[in-house]
Design a protein around this ligand. Structure first.
Ligand code: TIU
Length: 270
């Protein structure tokens, strides 16, 4: 008979057998509450190579979240440009993200597009956000693509390459995080979503805030390095490192190619 393991013995020095036994208890605990398994514990064909360790993805319990791929951030004359940024820095995200979006649709994954912006009367825009940056053309002012960061304006819309299709959720958010002052958590929980593939812009602002919010709510977050972008390359790099550091303190980081290789191919999906 094997000796009682760590969870059953007190005041003893753990042996190798104890540690293995403890792992089994941890694994059983995961199964008991139906949490996603970590690939490092049990090799799984659905495990995506990722930092800090492989990410097990089940398309039926995973949502693709596309953060703020709006003209206001990606095109000249929008909010991003008015903040003094070179918006061309974000263009490279579009092609790989379009590939991931197509694959997610084929795999039947839930797709959520977010848009940062405000009601036309700006009643949901904190005065602090309105004043921030002391901009000559602030939020709500008229720009080349309509009123800056205002819902319903051309600049507020998602770029054509990633346009939502019927059945996909378009979530308007007043803040940087997608969970703040929205019904995102309710929408995800109602259909049993436990993991998020997070993409969009910008890496260190709205993507990071959303990943932190999702992580605190118990969602497993995988960020696709080439499908998130920043006006600041150094913030992008460090932002990704911050997510995966400390054993995945906020989540995982992988490439879109690694995700695509692990999603069902179109032929395999009815
Ligand atoms: N300024 C900046 O980098 N980002 C934002 O204001 N919003 C988002 O990240 N979407």
């Amino acid at each position: 008979m094997s000796p009682p393991c760590l969870g059953q013995r007190a005041n003893v020095t753990p042996t190798g057998a104890d540690v293995r036994c403890h792992r089994v208890h941890l694994l059983l605990g995961r199964i008991a509450y139906n949490a996603p398994r970590k690939a490092s514990m049990s090799p799984d064909p659905a495990a995506i190579p990722a930092e800090p360790y492989p990410f097990v993805l089940d398309p039926s319990t995973t949502a693709l979240v596309i953060i703020d791929m709006q003209r206001d951030f990606l095109l000249p004359g929008g909010f991003g440009a008015l903040l003094g940024n070179d918006v061309s820095m974000l263009a490279k995200v579009v092609e790989p993200l379009a590939g991931v979006l197509a694959a997610a649709r084929e795999a039947g994954m839930m797709v959520i597009h977010t848009r940062e912006g405000h009601r036309p009367d700006l009643s949901d825009c904190p005065p602090t956000k309105l004043a921030r940056g002391n901009l000559d053309t602030p939020i709500g002012a008229e720009g080349p693509n309509g009123r800056i960061l205002v819902r319903g304006e051309h600049g507020h819309g998602i770029i054509e390459e990633l346009a939502p299709i019927e059945g996909e959720i378009v979530l308007d958010k007043p803040g940087k995080g997608a969970f703040y002052a929205t019904d995102l958590e309710l929408l995800l929980r109602n259909v049993g979503i436990t993991s998020l593939v997070v993409t969009g812009v910008t890496t260190e602002v709205c993507v990071h805030t959303t990943v932190r919010e999702g992580n605190d709510r118990g969602f497993e977050c995988l960020v696709l390095a080439d499908c998130v972008g920043s006006y600041f390359p150094e913030f992008h790099e460090v932002g990704l490192q911050m997510i995966a550091a400390q054993g995945g303190i906020f989540g995982w980081v992988a490439s879109s190619q690694d995700l695509l290789a692990h999603l069902p191919t179109p032929a395999a999906v009815n």
